[in-house]
Design a protein around this ligand. Structure first.
Ligand code: AHR
Length: 330
């Protein structure tokens, strides 16, 4: 039995440069798998790609989907079949099996959680379809489950959030709002943050599943359960934005009575910084469709690709200006 576990992190990372396109999603074409990767006039020359997106749970995800659809176009040599799993792993597994049945040239997917992929990844491998892993990571016993992975360093995002808290609010009583439990983004952000601030500083945790509505509900419960809490670390902007509503409804002032630190840096999140309701945001840049296209073309052509490509992230505090927020593309 293969027992080695593969996760997308750590070694041989290539730092990537970000870019944004503006076209729409393409579909159709039959693809001939001939390894010719340039932009072509006939659909027969296109690379057939099945892309399984995990959902549409957040502003980040919407921006990521727009970037994927803007880049994986016929003009760029790609015949895209796009599927939204609505944050359900079973939907995603079904989409991956459909891609196998359709005989796509390359499968790309962003896994909603890390585990539970062994069977379908083995089926993809048996069908000899290369996998480009996007955004989140997998934890599987299948050997060499993907050719290349492109995404953010979630662990480092958690560390950056933790370092800011440690420097500015060393005695904070922290409530940590986790993303979708078992997702790479939750597991690694939590590990990076907790080891940086120290577990004793965290007085409570609950998941808001990366959505605004569940973030609000989690914060309402937390305000009751942890009345001493004075700092929220939310694993994404949307949950933090939902938490603002709960905090204001409870008669407290977000950004003052409860300091708020989040991850993502979508426009609404950065606006909350300008409005002094968020205090610190670690960026997780969703706009890397061009890099996905590049990886797909190389993988299809059999060219060498790095095992990992890390998308570069920045951080923002309340010194951000309204002009910077207005200029934000997502
Ligand atoms: O995997 C990336 C995370 O997923 C983003 O931080 C979050 O907003 C999204 O739901």
């Amino acid at each position: 039995m293969v027992s080695k576990k593969f996760r997308a992190r750590g070694i041989a990372a290539t730092v990537a440069v970000l870019s944004l396109g503006l076209a729409a999603c393409s579909s159709g074409g039959d693809g001939d798998g001939d390894g010719d990767t340039g932009a072509k006039g006939g659909d027969g020359d296109l690379i057939k790609v099945g892309f399984s997106q995990l959902g549409a749970e957040s502003g980040w995800r919407t921006a990521n989907t727009e970037s994927v659809k803007a880049s994986l176009t016929k003009e760029n040599g790609i015949d895209l079949t796009f599927s939204d799993a609505q944050q359900k792993q079973e939907n995603q597994i079904k989409a991956l099996r459909d891609f196998i049945d359709q005989g796509v040239d390359v499968i790309a997917f962003s896994p909603v959680v890390e585990t539970g992929w062994d069977e379908v990844l083995q089926e993809i491998k048996d069908a000899e379809i290369p996998v480009v892993l996007v955004d989140r990571t997998v934890d599987t016993t299948v050997e060499d489950p993907y050719v290349t992975w492109i995404g953010a360093d979630f662990h480092s995002e958690g560390v950056k959030a933790g370092e800011w808290v440690k420097e500015n609010y060393p005695d904070a009583k922290i409530f940590e709002m986790q993303g979708t439990l078992g997702s790479g983004a939750q597991v690694d952000r939590e590990a990076g943050f907790d080891e940086t601030v120290g577990a004793d500083k965290i007085i409570g945790k609950a998941s808001g599943n990366f959505t605004r509505a569940e973030g609000k509900a989690a914060m309402e419960a937390a305000l009751q359960a942890y009345p001493d809490m004075n700092l929220l670390f939310a694993h994404n902007d949307d949950m933090g934005l939902g938490a603002i509503e709960a905090i204001e409804n409870a008669g407290k002032v977000p950004g003052k009575d409860i300091v708020i630190v989040t991850v993502d840096g979508v426009r609404d999140g950065l606006q909350a910084l300008v409005d002094k309701k968020f205090n610190f945001v670690v960026e997780c840049n969703p706009v890397f469709g061009d890099q996905i296209v590049d990886a797909i073309k190389k993988v299809h052509a059999g060219d060498d690709v790095p095992k990992e490509t890390i998308v570069v992230d920045k951080t923002f505090d309340q010194s951000i200006t309204q002009d910077e927020v207005d200029a934000r593309l997502y």
